[in-house]
Design a protein around this ligand. Structure first.
Ligand code: CS2
Ligand code: MN
Length: 353
């Protein structure tokens, strides 16, 4: 069990507070100051490792070493960016960090229409409404997200990334789902040797929401596409980050089926719940199954049944008890989620004996 921690200067939650959550064995982190395409050096990694270990934590996963749009689009800069990515992997591998989470979503990472939807109990949560999204001018979208973030950094929406939004949209004009998929395969094949050398597991994060938005292609949204990726690049370095909250945005996704279909190639899992309110509208609920639409017990049981021995973390949490933090990444609700998940796991372990 881990918790995501953004590193010194980026997170509002302190490691010494994470330490007090029962069962947390390590942290998942990133170099938030790096743009996609830039190299992570040995010194950069040593610095963040030292910051974590000063509070007794090991870094178990890098989430994420982000992929540049040039790699996703397949521009003439792609090979240079891949060469940089290989250098970053080399540095991670040498530092003993062997699970790398990333995503292959064009332009935007996870997307919400509201970062502060108030729920009946007075908590605030991240929510998505398709009609609201459909009315947004993409060029203004970044500004409205940043306004909602109220001075906090949005994970996945790091500054600098979206400066060229119109240009980027134009660059994606001819990128179909198939081209995007082939560019992902190209990337995975190109980094294979360094991954095998250091026993690195690349673990792709599903698209969130799990359907195309703003006319941009999205390709990691359901079981069929996940299985296609795992079988097309059938190598131990090509794996899935299972995210119940992202795959669960589509009520049709059979999540237990996805866990079984991945056949052990899930080194990293994100556990959170969503509530479907109506067609095209959902909000992130508490982790507890009956607060949302996802059967969290069934998912955790599927991991237990398949002998999961990877890293997991409660993904986002709501803002409760007046906390102000990075949207989705406060301390309190994620701590409740961690305890709930650990409770289910303990029950499964003991019932199985
Ligand atoms: C998060 C993502 O929204 C989520 O589910 O886990 O921001 C995730 O960190 C990235 O997509 C991984 O690259
Ligand atoms: Mn996730």
């Amino acid at each position: 069990m881990t918790l995501r921690w953004y590193g010194p200067g980026y997170d509002t939650v302190a490691l010494k507070d994470i330490k007090q959550i029962p069962g947390i064995q390590g942290v998942v982190t990133s170099l938030m100051g790096k743009l996609p395409g830039e190299v992570w050096t040995d010194a950069d990694i040593a610095e963040i490792k030292a910051a974590a270990s000063a509070e007794g934590f090991e870094i178990l996963v890098f989430e994420s070493i982000n992929i540049s749009d040039d790699i996703k689009i397949g521009t003439e800069k792609r090979d240079e960016h891949i060469a940089n990515y290989i250098k970053s992997l080399e540095a991670a591998g040498k530092a003993g960090i062997k699970t790398i989470c990333y995503n292959f979503m064009p332009v935007f990472d996870w997307t919400r229409s509201d970062l502060w939807r108030e729920r009946e109990d007075g908590s605030f949560t991240l929510a998505y409404n398709q009609e609201v999204i459909d009315q947004i001018d993409v060029a203004d979208f970044r500004t409205s997200m940043e306004k909602m973030a109220d001075g906090h950094l949005l994970p996945g929406w790091e500054p600098g990334r979206l400066d060229r939004i119109r240009e980027l949209f134009a660059a994606y004009e001819d990128v179909t789902e198939e081209i995007l998929f082939q560019n992902l395969v190209y990337f995975l094949n190109a980094i294979k040797d360094v991954c095998l050398k250091y026993d690195i597991k690349m673990a792709i994060h599903p698209d969130d929401p799990a359907w195309p938005i703003f006319g941009l292609p999205r390709i990691i949204t359901d079981k069929e596409q996940i299985v296609r990726l795992l079988t097309t690049v059938d190598s131990p370095h090509n794996n899935l980050t299972f995210c119940s909250g992202s795959l669960g945005t589509n009520p049709k996704n059979d999540m237990v089926g996805i866990i079984h279909a991945a056949k052990g190639r899930i080194p990293f899992a994100h556990l959170r719940n969503v509530r479907h309110n109506s067609e095209g509208d959902f909000e992130e609920s508490a982790h507890l199954s009956r607060d949302g639409s996802i059967d969290m017990f069934a998912i955790i049981k599927a991991f237990h049944d398949t002998g999961f021995d990877g890293v997991y973390r409660p993904d986002h949490g709501r803002m409760i008890w007046g906390e102000k933090a990075l949207p989705g990444y406060g301390l309190y609700d994620r701590a409740l989620g961690a305890a709930y998940i650990e409770g289910i796991w303990e029950a499964l372990e003991k019932a199985g004996k």
